[in-house]
Design a protein around this ligand. Structure first.
Ligand code: NAP
Length: 361
């Protein structure tokens, strides 16, 4: 297998740090370039990230002394990498401009940011669920006038537990979903010890999160046409998103109504037997299995289960009948791995296998 040279935009941030660790010793990808804000430009990585490095492992030697590039050095970036992972906090229109500039230079961008998610020709991908949406890349390349660059984006972290759990059930005709997410502080790029308002408390508002949780699944479940995704018409989703004093792991309590009668066994079998194209592609970051159902009544729990298969597995539990909806259950995903860096690395692995990314150096 050829090695691919990768860059990380937003390398000093919380998700950027997660990329650094996940890509250390990755069998296909090798970190060759790092970028962050103008204030980090020219600094060595260890110096630029400084006290903000909050991982339980040290900064890998391979990146410790890499000098950070500025976002005005895209030409140089092009010489150094075959693809870029992006996780930056920037204003939406500047970020679209920046990611399109990188893609326009011929560099594939796998993005964690919400800015481009609703551009019609940008695929929003969970590899196990909608791998064929990457076919939109052709249309996007025409628009951006590039033969090799493109942007593929990962959906919001809040929905990466219940969208995987609902996908195997779509064939039974889900009409309505009500979901409450209980989201970890790391989802806001924060840590519990440094966020006094969150200690011994919950905050029942996360800006913009409920809209993303209700709408993004409809693009993921949509049908790709020549140059856009026709949104799925069902199910209707109502979401409440709540910040809880947990470091890592977004939990969701889900209520589902079906068009027709479905037994508990059929639902459990659908989860257990769920397969996807990813199973055959032997992607290094793919969890096996993707979905894991717990019989124990007190699982899944963020502390015990968010690290299943290095944070890539989605956990489900507590399936039972509901007196108002038809069924209810609980599910969990790791917001920093499956919901951010790990989901992006898996997406890049899919794009390599599909032939969208070429190794140059
Ligand atoms: N945390 C999560 O669980 C999670 C999950 C999924 C998606 N995301 C998304 O991932 C992105 C990053 O999140 P985060 O939690 O890692 O944020 P963060 O810890 O605040 O890090 C932000 C990064 O953006 C860089 N940056 C800021 N302004 C910039 C500019 N003008 N040009 C270039 N780089 C700039 C920062 O560089 P400096 O160090 O130089 O300032 C830093 O590397 C956000 O879009 C977020 O919504 C986060």
């Amino acid at each position: 297998m050829r090695r691919y040279r990768v860059g990380i935009l937003g390398a000093t941030g919380l998700v950027g740090q997660s990329f650094i660790l996940l890509l250390n010793n990755h069998p296909w990808f090798e970190v060759k370039a790092l970028m962050a804000s103008p204030s980090s430009k020219g600094k060595r990585y260890a110096e630029a990230v400084g006290e903000r490095w909050k991982q339980d492992r040290d900064i890998p030697d391979s990146v410790r002394d890499l000098k950070l590039l500025g976002t005005d050095q895209i030409h140089q970036l092009k010489e150094e990498v075959d693809l870029v992972f992006s996780a930056v906090n920037m204003e939406k229109s500047s970020l679209i401009q920046l990611e399109e500039k990188i893609a326009g230079e011929g560099i594939p961008v796998v993005s964690n940011n919400s800015a481009t998610r609703w551009l019609p020709d940008v695929p929003m991908v969970i590899p196990e669920i909608n791998p064929s949406h990457t076919n939109l890349i052709e249309a996007q390349r025409e628009r951006l006038k590039t033969k090799t660059g493109f942007i593929v984006v990962k959906p919001n972290c809040s929905l990466q537990s219940y969208v995987p759990a609902l996908t195997p059930l779509l064939g039974f005709g889900i009409s309505q979903v009500f979901v409450t997410t209980y989201q970890a502080v790391s989802g806001a790029g924060r840590h519990l010890p440094d966020w006094p308002e969150m200690q011994d408390n919950v905050i029942p508002f996360i800006s913009g999160e409920e809209e993303k949780s209700e709408n993004e699944p409809l693009k993921i479940w949509g049908q790709v046409t020549e140059n856009e995704v026709q949104l799925a018409q069902k199910p209707k989703i109502s979401a409440q998103c709540i910040r809880v004093p947990v470091e890592v792991g977004h939990l969701a309590a889900v209520f589902v109504r079906f068009d027709r009668k479905v037994s508990e066994k059929v639902i459990l079998d659908a989860w257990q037997n769920f397969t996807s194209q990813v199973d055959e592609l032997e992607l290094p970051s793919a969890p096996r299995p993707f979905l894991n159902y717990f019989d124990e009544t007190d699982r899944p729990q963020p502390k015990l289960d968010a690290l299943g298969d290095w944070g890539m597995r989605v956990s489900i539990g507590r399936l039972r009948k509901d007196p108002i909806f038809d069924y209810k259950f609980v599910c969990l995903s790791n917001n920093l791995v499956r919901g951010a860096a790990g989901g992006s690395v898996l997406t890049a692995e899919l794009l390599v296998r599909q032939g969208w990314i070429q190794a140059g150096g």
